[in-house]
Design a protein around this ligand. Sequence first.
Ligand code: GLN
Length: 456
Amino acid sequence: ARHYLQRIETHAGLNAYVHVDAERTLAQARDADTLLASGNATALTGIPVAHKDVFVTRGWRSTAGSRMLADYVSPFDAAVVARLAGAGMVTLGKTNMDEFAMGSSNENSHFGPVQNPWDAARIPGGSSGGSAAAVAARLAPVATGTDTGGSIRQPAALTGITGIKPTYGRVSRYGMIAFASSLDQAGPMAHSADDCALMLNAMAGHDARDSTSLSRDDEDFTRHLGQPLDGATAAKPLQGLRIGLPKEYFGPGLDADVADAVRAALAQLEALGATLVDVTLPKTELSIPVYYLIAPAEASSNLSRFDGVRYGHRAAEYKDLRDMYQKTRAEGFGWEVKRRILVGAYVLSHGYYDAYYLQAQKIRRIIANDFQNAFGQCDLIMGPVSPSVAWKLGQKTADPVQMYLADIFTLSTSLAGLPGMSVPCGFGEGGMPVGLQIIGNYFDEARMLQVAHAFQ
Ligand code: GLN
């Protein structure tokens, strides 16, 4: 813990953390020492972890990257935080993020942008950019993140680390500050598939306090690591694995350097015994408008609780209640959040609901069905995570649509509720890391991690 606290200090310029409290961390580390000595330790006991600031934490500020919650301290721990603490993990601090997890570059944070540790002039990806930069720069061995439309996978890809978004409902959303509840899902960000599997063991599980939490038996996500697939040999551990390549993921929108790195990774997987099959996900392009209607619609509802009365910021001066709401929200929310609240309120309003929101929900169902058709021909789907390597800070901030287009390969997985992960697979332009995306069918995380491990 001391080692990491020191590195956090010497690398403060990355802006990866928004809240560090060394005394609290060291107290937790001492408790972990006691647990280790007692013989009740788990594989995670004493290992430091950084939490995305979207998870509420008792005693530490929980800001969700917003001025609205800049001084907010929760009276309880999020389920994810409590579960990892229960396993003996030591909290290093809270990591920077796009405000309310809305963004793809971590430039929407009230606390300023995060730098990519590979090149300080570039973005780390978003919205879990602080967690990604912290792990990549060794300011934490592992971190938590959340993924609503790519926010674990995309920053993992752009900073050269491994991250997995589990099947929707695997990990409790209790205590996760809500963005779009039908899409939000927490997951680990780490250096390897093994570390992700260990973290997921502690993070996943039923929670009655989250109405969309799945009741499934506990699983050991490490159980297949280092083993060949059923019926395969040690020499060709992926023999029999059919990898589906959606033609829409390798089209004109993909940068050549990223395509090369992903193709090289696929060749390596073939050498390990896998076969590549062409599949199609015809509605991929529509995932952008569909997501950017549904996510803001849910956000406009979720964010109505920030009204100056119940949580966080309240305007200093106001005439009456309405004026207080208006001033508080005008001051407390940043531009991207306001844009989404406006879009969300619009598409849910009488007269536009059928034309936009309902249509988007129908296409969401078709997108999920398309994945099931593709999984009729393959076991896992693979492709790029991001159409380009990490871009320059400021490059896309003037044009939100350019920013949204960068999410093309991650949104459909979220809309379908499927698990997806990013595994480092080489380097592109400027020596920047590239991520290979592995998409599994529902509940197939253990196999995804097995294949990622064989490849790493
Ligand atoms: N980039 C997407 C957005 O801005 C996804 C964010 C996320 O997954 N939290 O909404």
